[in-house]
Write a protein that binds this ligand. Structure first.
Ligand code: C2E
Ligand code: CA
Ligand code: CA
Ligand code: CA
Length: 279
């Protein structure tokens, strides 16, 4: 928000006051929203780079605030991540994601499309993380192979020991693991070798700069690295047909972005759409 007038001190005081006020207001509002189900799950398509057919969905949460309408995650996830609220939020998302997987199977026994959910760093390190992921799957009898957990590079490296333990336990029963926003952090070759990972998601910032040789080289390196370790490589933020073509040529396996689909309510997904069998 833009501010005008006032001296430097007053500016700082104001910023601090409104900052604190809005942070705790967001915390209170969000806690209520989780309790009262004022959240809604959206999904975005992830397509096969070659055929451009649906390969998976990513679940993305939205907050429906009675006063403000649809609030995007960038405005409340960082606040939630500063406290255990993020654990409650992630669990809400997991429950709803798995509910929908179960609904799709009920509508279509051949339903097999996988669904990705984002898990935050604090939750990844939580002693109950594995239980939080597996409990909804068990309750609905959903095949764990249909669920992918996305964790960012920074979340992984924050508490590498518990991340590795928790992700191994999930992967052992078939949950797939994706490293999100890959390329922005400091994952080393040693980490990639040691961590139980299936998918690398190339950060949107690389795709946004595809016209630059440097970015193309980086993407090519990430693809080669990923394939060397037997991983699937996904590019995010694909906004044009040109991006899609270029990324296919660079060897990327799957694509996600506004060019293929805008995030839309998961409740609208159903029917034959969910029968896709991922490669
Ligand atoms: P992310 O996990 O990297 O998700 C991808 C974001 O990129 C989404 O923003 C999506 O709408 C946006 N996006 C997709 N395609 C394009 C494109 O072609 N161009 C551009 N410019 N953007 C595109 P969204 O939904 O606003 O989510 C933002 C971030 O909030 C996510 O980044 C993720 O870190 C976090 N988040 C969203 N949902 C959840 C959730 O359920 N749990 C947790 N823990 N975090 C979430
Ligand atoms: Ca993600
Ligand atoms: Ca991402
Ligand atoms: Ca992100």
């Amino acid at each position: 928000a833009k501010r005008s007038g006032g001296g430097r001190t007053r500016f700082c005081d104001d910023a601090l006051r409104t900052g604190l006020a809005s942070r705790s207001a967001v915390e209170r509002g969000l806690a209520r929203a989780i309790e009262e189900d004022h959240l809604v799950l959206y999904v975005q398509h992830i397509v096969d780079a070659r055929t451009e057919e649906l390969a998976a969905f990513e679940a993305l949460v939205r907050w429906i605030d009675p006063g403000r309408g649809l609030v995007p995650p960038d405005e409340f996830i960082p606040v939630a991540e500063a406290s255990d609220l993020i654990v409650a939020l992630d669990r809400w998302v997991l429950r709803n994601a798995v509910d929908n997987l179960a609904r799709w199977s009920a509508e279509h026994p051949a339903s097999a499309v996988p669904l990705s959910v984002n898990v935050s760093g604090r939750h990844l390190a939580h002693p109950q993380l594995v239980e939080h992921v597996l409990e909804p799957l068990r309750r609905h009898g959903v095949d764990p192979r249909r669920l992918t957990v996305e964790v960012t590079e920074t979340a992984l490296l924050d508490d590498l020991a518990s991340a590795a333990t928790h992700l191994s336990a999930l992967r052992e029963v078939g949950v797939r693991i994706a490293i999100d926003d890959f390329g922005t952090g400091y994952t080393s070759l040693a980490h990639l070798r040691a961590l139980p990972v299936d998918i690398l998601k190339i950060d949107r910032s690389f795709v946004a700069n595809l016209r630059h040789d440097d970015e193309r080289t980086l993407i090519r390196m990430i693809v080669e690295l990923g394939h060397l370790f037997g991983l699937e490589v996904v590019a995010e933020g694909v906004e044009t047909a040109t991006d899609a073509r270029e990324l296919l040529l660079l060897g990327v396996d799957a694509l996600q972005g506004f060019h293929f689909s805008r995030p839309h309510p998961i409740a609208d997904v159903g029917g034959s759409e969910t029968r896709v069998v991922a490669q």
